[in-house]
Ligand binder design. Structure first.
Ligand SMILES: Nc1nc2c(ncn2[C@@H]2O[C@H](COP(=O)(O)OP(=O)(O)O)[C@@H](O)[C@H]2O)c(=O)[nH]1
Ligand SMILES: [Mg+2]
Length: 311
C-alpha cells in the first residue's frame, strides 16, 4: 500500500518492463504492441526479445519504436532470461507475442502484485478456454495438477504466457530449465523460496499465426516438473513411493484377508507380500510426513526471515 501511495494513482505502471518473446510473429506482434501502448504504457517500457525470426517480426517491432533485442541462446526460456537481464524495473511482465493474451489485463496484474504484495501474479486463462487447442487444454490441466501436487499449491494455470514477476524475487533463481518449462521453473523458485503467487482470471483469444508448442513439448514440461521437484521438493517422492507400496499392499491384504476369514482359502505367499508392502509402505509414509513437515518448516522460516528483512 505504501508503494502505491508513493507512485500515485496508476503511476505504478511506470515501474514495469514488459517483455515479449517472439519467434516469427509478424502477423501478431504489431497488434500486441499497439494494444499495450493503448493501455498507457510507454514505448521504452516494452522489449521484444526475438528468437532470430526469419520473417518481419523485428522490423515491425522496431518501426513501432520499441526496443528489440536478439535473445541469448535458443528457446523461449532463454528469451525470458535475456529479458529479465535487460529489465531495470521492480516488476517484469512477460506476455506472448501471438495476440492471445489481451493487454488490458497487464494493469490488473500489476495492481494485484503491488496491493497484495505478491512475488508473482499469473494471468489464469479462465475465459475463452475454447480458444486453447483441445490437446493443449488437456495437457495444461494435467501439468497444472501435477505442479500443484508436487509443490502443495493450488494454482489454476501454471503455464500461462502472461505473468508478472518481482525481479528481486528471482535474484537467486538458477534458471536451468529450457524452452517452455520457464514458467514452471519461475513458479517453483518463487514457492520454494518462501514467495507468494497470486492469480488474476483472464480471457484467452485464439492465436494469430502458427504455434511453436508441439505435443512433445508437453512431455518435456512434465519431465521438467519432475526434475524441479527432485531439486526443490524431494520429500514428495517418498510420499509417492509410500503410496505406490501401500495401495497394492492394501488391495492384496483385503483380498487374502477376505479369503482367510470367509472362504477359508489361505494364500501364504500373497499374504506375506501384502504384509511386506504394507509394513514398508507404512514406514515410508511416516518418513515422508517428517520430511514434508521439515520442508514446510523451512518454508515458514524463509518467509518469516523475508518479512523481517523487509520490515
Ligand atoms: N524469443 C523466442 N520466442 C519464442 C520461442 N519459441 C516460442 N516463442 C514465443 O513464445 C510465445 C509462446 O509460444 P507459442 O507458440 O504461442 O506457445 P503456446 O502459446 O504455449 O502454444 C510466442 O510469442 C512465441 O513467438 C523461441 O525460441 N524464442
Ligand atoms: Mg501462444
Amino acid at each position: 500500500m505504501k508503494y502505491l501511495e508513493k507512485m500515485g494513482s496508476r503511476g505504478y505502471i511506470d515501474d514495469v518492463t514488459i517483455i515479449i518473446p517472439t519467434l516469427n510473429e509478424e502477423k501478431a506482434i504489431g497488434k500486441v504492441i499497439g494494444e499495450i501502448l493503448a493501455e498507457g504504457f510507454k514505448k521504452k517500457q516494452i522489449i521484444v526479445i526475438d528468437g532470430h525470426s526469419t520473417d518481419k517480426t523485428r522490423e515491425i517491432a522496431e518501426s513501432m519504436g520499441v526496443k528489440v533485442i536478439l535473445q541469448d541462446g535458443k528457446g523461449k526460456a532463454n528469451a525470458v532470461y535475456t529479458g529479465l537481464k535487460h529489465a531495470r524495473t521492480k516488476y517484469v511482465v512477460v506476455i506472448d507475442g501471438d495476440y492471445t493474451y489481451p493487454a488490458k489485463y497487464i494493469p490488473l496484474l500489476i495492481e494485484k502484485a503491488v496491493k497484495e504484495d505478491y512475488d508473482e501474479v499469473i494471468g489464469a486463462r479462465v475465459y475463452g478456454r475454447e480458444n486453447i487447442p483441445l490437446i493443449n487444454r488437456v495437457g495444461n490441466y494435467f501439468l497444472t495438477k501435477m505442479f500443484n501436487l508436487m509443490f502443495n499449491t493450488s494454482l489454476r494455470d501454471v503455464l500461462s504466457g502472461l505473468y508478472l514477476v518481482k525481479k528481486e524475487s528471482l535474484s537467486n533463481a538458477l534458471f536451468e530449465m529450457r524452452g517452455f518449462s520457464v514458467e514452471s521453473e519461475i513458479a517453483t523458485h518463487i514457492v520454494t523460496s518462501g514467495g507468494r503467487i497470486g492469480e488474476v482470471p483472464i480471457e484467452y483469444r485464439s492465436r494469430i499465426g502458427k504455434k511453436k508448442l508441439k505435443i512433445l513439448h508437453g512431455f518435456h514440461i512434465a519431465l521438467d516438473i519432475i526434475r524441479l521437484t527432485w531439486r526443490y521438493n524431494p520429500a514428495i517422492f517418498i510420499l509417492l513411493l509410500a503410496l505406490a507400496l501401500l495401495i497394492p499392499g492394501a488391495i492384496l491384504g483385503i483380498y487374502t484377508g477376505y479369503h482367510y476369514f470367509f472362504t477359508g482359502v489361505k494364500y501364504y505367499v500373497k499374504g506375506l507380500i501384502a504384509m511386506i508392502l504394507l509394513a514398508t509402505g507404512f514406514n515410508l509414509l511416516i518418513l515422508s510426513i517428517i520430511a514434508i513437515y521439515l520442508k514446510r518448516m523451512e518454508l515458514r522460516l524463509t518467509r518469516q526471515l523475508r518479512r523481517e528483512r523487509e520490515a
